[in-house]
Write a protein that binds this ligand. Sequence first.
Ligand SMILES: [Zn+2]
Ligand SMILES: [Zn+2]
Length: 265
Amino acid sequence: MFVDSHCHLSFPGLAEQLPVIRADMRAADVGAALCICTTLEEFDEVHALACSDNNFWASAGVHPDNEGVLEPSVKDLLRLAEHAKVVAIGETGLDYYRLNGRTVAEMEWQRERFRVHIQAAQHTGLPLVIHTRTASKDTLDVLTAEGDGRVGGVFHCFTETLEVARAALDLGFYISFSGILTFKNAHDLREVASFVPLDRCLIETDSPYLAPAPFRGKTNTPALLPWVAKQVAELKGIAVEDIARITTLNFERLFGVSITASTTQ
Ligand SMILES: [Zn+2]
Ligand SMILES: [Zn+2]
């Protein structure tokens, strides 16, 4: 059985067709998923998804890209984290890809938001789901300064260098690979995936984005996760069933959950 460690089932394109997505997941043996929260406004919907299936869980957090949304306080995140089935804080982190004419110095609001999430993770003991894009140095710096080595979690949809992977692993983080790993031009990323120890690997779809090859450009769903697993299996030189088993165990260990045999209640 495969576990999708990062998907956005509440997003348009997926939310309207959950019954079909669930049937496709069952057919593809994708038996569990972490539903990721990206705004406080969205939390109730993400949480309802988590409560609708034994093997769905939720995170609580505000994505670094989201502007013009409610700004979370540590207290807000702690309150959301008290809900059943909330097993992670995030997704959070730094994203300097779309600066929209601003300098990195002017993105202090993002770093401050990130610190708030790190503090919430420290208070709750929940792992962080980290999003980092064009900002790996600052992401690691803020984590080290604020986290003091006491928070763990996962760097999701990893696209950074081997050096960044090593630094994240040294801080105790897991690394999650998405469909990007299957893209033709992702040679460097495949090298990173070959390097990351299997007991620290997770797999994800980041649905509805980043459908793996041969579905690149189409709407992604958790049912396409085995294509990511196949790519990891190829790089590691082991069977895809072993990738499924190991990444499932890793997911259970990191998020402190146990996946049950049936997918629906
Ligand atoms: Zn992300
Ligand atoms: Zn995401």
